[in-house]
Every structure is written in structure tokens, then in C-alpha cells.
Design a protein around this ligand. Structure first.
Ligand code: HEC
Ligand code: HEC
Length: 382
């Protein structure tokens, strides 16, 4: 009897999910077009993208019930309008406390070689990363510390929210909720956030490699691309070995880039940040920066980024950790590229071509909750 009713619930939820698809037409997560030149994918075999699981992930990502006091969802700090990052240097968590580092943009997280996450790579998979903010005392507050509720309390809370039952049944075949399922679903939703509709992509699709000039680029953009790609001994700025076009993912083997500060604490150092989000979508289509850059949010313009790499400081405390690619040949000093003002402008122009448009507005990555806090497909789920 129980089996029959589970089968029935599954069929029913599949029917409802199908209706959601018909209604919004925007729920293709698993079969999005990926350009042929994109050749890295960190999706594990046991969490291949699936539209129903990613849909559950979308609801979890935007659900404020995932915080201890119902005020914060993942999307508070990872905002669609800011390329799933935050315009604030540090983000506010449940108890008005601030995060230690700047919130990372979540764009093309799937398309990278690295399988470790956070600026300092402390999460060993995207799946295990996703529930760390929920368990964090400051971020979402299910820490079990100092009287805060435990993760078990979150599971109980969500199990009593009506819309999770049909979503879970559609995604996993039964209504059981667990930390593992939350991780699978959130990781799928994050991996689904892809941005390949930039000016760069339109040019890249027309050529065989990144070295040749792109037909759709201005002379300045092509010069910026050349500087980005080329090593220092060929009069380049040598960004490519660490931020690898055409994906612009970080080289998993790099050490730090000379940004060693701690936001809000000028006396402290933080040397272990070896990961960067993709360099895509640094800038919003309207030209504003998608939040300050680097783990400490210390650089507030692309010009400041280029100035940093033009003359990289080598602080004594960082003597072992500054990556050798950013040093002089004898390793004694930080690199001094001596870029001209035009070369700096060219690099900025090139980085600005890496911005897409869809991720900022596409409904599949937008909140599924309406102004009243009701799930937009709530009526279909009843
Ligand atoms: C209070 C703000 C805040 C909330 C809420 C929050 N995050 Fe984050 N997120 C951050 C910050 C800050 C970082 C960088 C932290 C670090 O590296 O120490 C980050 C990093 C990440 C990363 C790493 C990205 C990468 O490329 O390595 C992922 C993935 C992520 N968050 C997903 C989530 C998910 C999923 C949720 C909801 C369950 C969430 N975040 C909730 C602030 C937040
Ligand atoms: C040795 C490797 C290395 C090289 C070379 C390098 N970077 Fe980086 N880059 C990093 C690392 C690591 C970070 C993250 C640093 C942090 O926040 O602590 C980063 C961060 C960035 C960011 C900020 C990303 C964000 O989301 O906040 C930008 C922009 C950037 N780099 C651009 C460039 C450009 C342009 C060049 C060439 C002029 C370059 N990088 C050369 C390693 C490198």
C-alpha cells in the first residue's frame, strides 16, 4: 500500500513539475547549450544535472527558511543582479554579523578544473560546500552553537513546509529530506548557472583559438586579449596561466596573487586565498562592477586590478606564498610590467567583453517566490 502511494505521489509530482515547465518554459537546467570550446566540467558522476533536482535547488537557494531566523537565503549574499555575488564588501548574515570574506560570484562554477571551493579552497567539493553556509553561525545560523538550532532542526523545519514534499518526490522519488539531498540539489542549481552569451563568446565562436584577433572585437579589445594571453617575455601581461581562457577558471595549482589583506582589519593578513571565481561577468551589462573584487573586496575597479598586477607588491610576510608567475625572474621582487596607459585600457576593455546578459535576468535562476513569499508554482503543487 505504501509503495503504491509513493508511486502515485511520484507520478503526481512529475505531472505537476511538467506543468511548471509548460507554464514558465524556463526550466531547462540539464540540457543547456554549451559552446564546443568549453572542455572542463567538474560535475561528479553521481550528481549529473536533472531538471527536477535543480528546481528543488532553486527553491532551496531562495528560501529564507534556510536561516535560523527566516531572514537570509543564499540569494541575500549571492544576488542575481550582481552575477550571484554581493555589492557589499562583506555580507550580512543572520545575527547582523558580517562574513569574513567577500561573497564570490557564482558564474560558470561548473566549468572549471578545480574541485575545491571558497577563496581558500577549504571545501573539497561543491556538494559539501553548499551546506557550510547553513551550518555557519554567522551566515545562516544552524550551527548548534550558543543556543542556535542544529542542522537536524532545519531538516525538521523544512519537512513541515508543504511545498517541499512534491518537490522532493519529483526530484528523488520520495519525500525524505537529508543533508545529502540538500547538497545535491543546491550544487545542481549552482552548476546550472552558466554564462556564454558575451561579446567574447561571439568572437571566440568564429575562430579556432584565443591567440588570433577576434573579428567582432575593436582594436583595443584585441590588444587587451593579446596582453591577457601572452607571457611577459613576449610583451604580454601573462594572465592566461592562472585565469585560463576560454573558460577563465583559476589554475588549481596557483598560490596567492599578492592580495593578502583582511577586510575591515588593516593589521591582519590572509595568505591562503588561491582560488578565484571565473573572470567572466566581473562587470554588469550596465557597466557597473559586480561588487568589489578579491577575497577582501579591496579592489573597487578594473583599473585597480590592472594597477595591482602591473606592479605586484611583495610584502615580507608573503615571501613564500606569492606565486612565482607574479615575481621578477630572480624571484626577489613582485613583477613590474610597466604597462602603458593604453595597454591598461586595453586589458580593461578585454575584461569587459567577458560579460553576458542572460544570467542577470533569466527566470530559471531567479527567485521562485513572489512578493507575498508564496512559491510561484505553489498553486500547481497543491
Ligand atoms: C551571509 C552571506 C552568505 C550566505 C547567506 C551564503 N553565502 Fe555563499 N559565500 C559567501 C561568502 C562570503 C563566500 C566566500 C567565503 C570564503 O571563501 O571564505 C561564499 C562562497 C560560496 C561558494 C564558493 C564559490 C567558489 O567558486 O568557490 C559557493 C558555491 C556558495 N558560497 C554557495 C552558497 C549557497 C549554496 C548558500 C546557501 C545555502 C550560500 N552560499 C549562502 C557568502 C554567503
Ligand atoms: C599567479 C596566478 C595569477 C595571475 C598570473 C593572475 N591572477 Fe588574477 N587572481 C589570482 C588569484 C589567486 C585570485 C584570487 C585572489 C584573492 O582574492 O585573494 C585572482 C583574482 C583576480 C580577480 C578578481 C576576481 C574576483 O572575482 O574578485 C581579477 C579581476 C583578476 N584576478 C584579474 C587578473 C588579470 C587581469 C591578470 C593579468 C594581468 C591576472 N589576474 C593575473 C591569480 C592570478
Amino acid at each position: 500500500m505504501k509503495t503504491i502511494s509513493i508511486v502515485f505521489t511520484v507520478l503526481l509530482s512529475m505531472f505537476f513539475l511538467d506543468k511548471i515547465n509548460q507554464r514558465t518554459g524556463l526550466h531547462n537546467y540539464a540540457n543547456q547549450a554549451i559552446p564546443s570550446y568549453i572542455n572542463r566540467d567538474n560535475t561528479p558522476a553521481n550528481n549529473q544535472l536533472n531538471d527536477t533536482i535543480a528546481t528543488l535547488g532553486r527553491v532551496l537557494f531562495y528560501d529564507k527558511n534556510l536561516s535560523a531566523n527566516n531572514t537570509i537565503s543564499c540569494a541575500n549574499c549571492h544576488q542575481q543582479a550582481v552575477a550571484f555575488g554581493d555589492s557589499a564588501t562583506l555580507s550580512q548574515g543572520v545575527s547582523q554579523g558580517l562574513t569574513e570574506r567577500h561573497a564570490m560570484r557564482l558564474v560558470n562554477v561548473r566549468f572549471g578544473e578545480a574541485t575545491t571551493f571558497f577563496w581558500n579552497e577549504r571545501a573539497t567539493s561543491l556538494e559539501t560546500q553548499t551546506t557550510q553556509p547553513i551550518r555557519d553561525h554567522i551566515e545562516m545560523g544552524f550551527s548548534g552553537k550558543d543556543g542556535a538550532p542544529t542542522f537536524e532542526a532545519l531538516i525538521n523545519k523544512l519537512e513541515n513546509i508543504a511545498y517541499y514534499e512534491p518537490l522532493l518526490c519529483a526530484a528523488f522519488g520520495d519525500n525524505q529530506l537529508s543533508e545529502t539531498r540538500i547538497q545535491l540539489a543546491l550544487a545542481q542549481f549552482i552548476r546550472s548557472i552558466q554564462s556564454f552569451d558575451s561579446k567574447y563568446d561571439k568572437g571566440r565562436a568564429q575562430v579556432n583559438n584565443d591567440e588570433v584577433p577576434f573579428p567582432n572585437f575593436t582594436a583595443l579589445e584585441n590588444e587587451g586579449k593579446r596582453l591577457f594571453m601572452m607571457p611577459k617575455d613576449k610583451n604580454g601581461a601573462n594572465c592566461q596561466p592562472c585565469h585560463r581562457a576560454p573558460i577563465f577558471d583559476i589554475d588549481p595549482g596557483t598560490s596567492n596573487n599578492g592580495i593578502i589583506g583582511v577586510a575591515n582589519d588593516p593589521t591582519a593578513f590572509d595568505l591562503m586565498n588561491n582560488r578565484s571565481p571565473t573572470l567572466r561577468d566581473l562587470v554588469h551589462p550596465d557597466g557597473t562592477l559586480n561588487g568589489p573584487l578579491m577575497h577582501d573586496g579591496s579592489l573597487t575597479s578594473l583599473a585597480a586590478v590592472i594597477d595591482h598586477y602591473n606592479k605586484v607588491p611583495l610584502h615580507p610576510i608573503n615571501s613564500a606564498r606569492l606565486n612565482s608567475r607574479l615575481r621578477t625572474a630572480n624571484r626577489q621582487k613582485g613583477q613590474n610590467l610597466q604597462l602603458t596607459p593604453t595597454e591598461k585600457d586595453a586589458l580593461i576593455a578585454f575584461l569587459s567583453t567577458l560579460t553576458g546578459t542572460a544570467i542577470y535576468t533569466d527566470e530559471r535562476w531567479a527567485t521562485p517566490f513572489d512578493r507575498q513569499g508564496e512559491l510561484v508554482f505553489q498553486k500547481l503543487l497543491k
